[in-house]
Design a protein around this ligand. Structure first.
Ligand code: PGA
Length: 253
């Protein structure tokens, strides 16, 4: 965390929760999240939950976004959701290139770049996810993989945007990257962003860490210079544990 970048703590609910649970969660979360100087907070629900989330969070400081966005603005794309549709239910953000999308739907680096561009064109902030697999890390290819993913994702210069470093081996496994290892990857990503978009953009860019973040490990990660928040999966499904992570991530922690 750097004092010039406000932390962003995001909940990725994946394919969990029903409308009633989502509404109750949001009502409880807005009682706990103050805004002010604290971290910025965003929720990424499944698309069918977005209207319920929008209703429960209306007028709060908490933002919401889509877990995915189509690369085209509209058209014959059964089962997909456009940036304009997300914006229409009040989304501020769109996740692009989550590793589960890359794995389950074969999303390529180039497609992720087009999605980030579509999100920006539709008035959304892309939160672009990158990260290496266990095999790539073992083969010493982590930086190479991250550089390739970032270059493709930023080819359209989708500013503003945020990045999430999510090592695939740490997602949903309980195996969190150590603060030092995460910091090393985040520093690399920031230097890549500087090469591609200039030092000013890179210094203002928020790079979130994701992968088995919990209330017990958030504080050790957020103190790293280049870690500017979290994208939280499993631990975000419980409002107390998600707000515990938010509480560990404020300025002055
Ligand atoms: P996790 O998921 O916190 O359950 O590891 C993170 C993510 O996939 O964004």
């Amino acid at each position: 965390m750097n004092e010039h970048r406000r932390p962003l703590i995001a909940a990725n609910w994946k394919m969990h929760l029903l409308r009633r649970e989502a509404s109750d969660y949001c009502r409880r979360l807005r009682e706990k999240v103050g805004g002010g100087d604290g971290p910025e907070v965003a929720i990424f629900p499944s698309p069918v939950l977005l209207p319920a989330v929008a209703e429960a969070l209306a007028g709060s400081t908490i933002a919401w976004g889509g877990q995915d966005v189509h690369a085209e603005p509209r058209g014959a794309h059964t089962g997909d959701v456009s940036a304009e549709q997300l914006a229409d239910v009040g989304c501020t953000w769109a996740l692009c290139g989550h590793s589960e999308r890359r794995r389950d739907h074969g999303e390529s680096d180039a497609l992720v770049g087009r999605k980030a561009q579509a999100a920006r064109a539709g008035g959304l902030l892309p939160l672009i996810c990158v990260g290496e697999t266990a095999e790539e890390r073992k083969a010493g290819k982590t930086f190479e993989v991250l550089s390739t993913q970032v270059a493709a994702a930023l080819a359209s210069k989708p500013q503003p945007f945020a990045l999430a470093y999510e090592p695939v081996w740490a997602i949903g496994t309980g195996e969190t990257a150590t603060p030092e290892l995460a910091q090393e990857a985040h520093r690399h990503l920031r230097s890549q962003a500087a090469e591609l978009l200039g030092e000013d953009v890179a210094q203002g860019l928020r790079i979130l860490y994701g992968g088995s973040v919990k209330p017990g490990n958030a504080a050790g990660l957020i103190v790293q210079e280049d870690i500017d928040g979290f994208l939280v999966g499993g631990a975000s499904l419980d409002v107390d544990s998600f707000s515990g992570i938010i509480g560990s991530s404020g300025p002055g922690t």
